[in-house]
Design a protein around this ligand. Structure first.
Ligand code: C5P
Length: 234
């Protein structure tokens, strides 16, 4: 069963509370990213946890192995469910970060968050991609990074729906494939590029659908949520 994760991309905790109250039991997984975490910090996480929500803290760490592992250990104290790093930080960084995080949680008897890695951002289209200068095409680069992520012991990746099926076929069922860049028919594309609809995400094997603005900026948020949940039922 694929799960919906609603991205709370806003600065103000009161706005977050309005959405969480409005969606109530219909949504139990939220994503906190840089925008909210940098302005409200751990208050935002504590609020969501008090409401019994699952939290994906999406800070996309990308630094040397020691810095990333210590950063993740600091974040593990917040009892979140998913944390992430950039796969392009490399195999050694990912392996060390994952082992340090999991050992710390085990020793301190904390909930062990899943650690996943961002492959290629869903906002990157052909033109931007070419300029970065990778030697493979997007799909193969995403697959390479996903394989590296699994080899380093992590629990899954963030990728677009367009690569989800390829990842699932190569890396199996137990590897999380978290897909942002989801656009239901009624929504604006905004800055995203490698996009797909909720039903395409499900068909392609996405385990978690991250949806932000199509829900949080909708004129009628509950109606948008209902449409998305219905599309996910296929
Ligand atoms: O509003 P929208 O649905 O485009 O939001 C997508 C969310 O997923 C944003 O919070 C963005 O930071 C995040 N994300 C992404 N692409 C990635 C990784 C994370 O869009 N590769």
């Amino acid at each position: 069963m694929s799960e919906l994760i609603v991205a709370l991309d806003m600065q103000n905790l009161d706005d977050v509370k309005n959405i969480v109250k409005e969606f109530d039991k219909k949504v139990d997984f939220y994503k906190v990213g840089m925008e909210l975490f940098y302005s409200e910090g751990k208050r935002a996480i504590e609020y969501l946890k008090n409401e019994n929500k699952k939290v994906f803290l999406d800070l996309k760490l990308h630094d040397i192995p020691n810095t990333v592992s210590k950063g993740l250990i600091s974040l593990a104290n917040l009892n979140v469910d998913i944390l992430n790093v950039h796969a392009s930080g490399g195999f050694s960084m990912m392996k060390f970060a994952n082992e340090s995080l999991k050992e710390f949680c085990y020793k301190k008897n904390l909930i062990t968050p899943k650690l996943i890695a961002v492959t290629i951002l869903t906002s990157i289209g052909d033109e931007d991609y070419e300029k970065i200068g990778y030697k493979y095409d997007v799909k193969n680069q995403v697959l390479n990074l996903a394989k590296l992520t699994k080899k380093a012991g992590l629990d899954g990746v963030v990728a677009s729906v367009l690569e989800a099926n390829l990842i699932k076929q190569n890396l199996g069922e137990n590897f999380l494939i978290i897909t942002p860049g989801i656009r239901p028919n009624f929504a604006n594309i905004n800055d995203q590029n490698r996009i797909a609809s909720p039903s395409e995400a499900i068909k392609n094997g996405s385990t978690h659908l991250v949806i932000g603005r199509a829900l949080t900026l909708a004129n009628d948020r509950l109606k948008a949520l209902e449409e998305i949940l219905k599309e996910m039922e296929i």
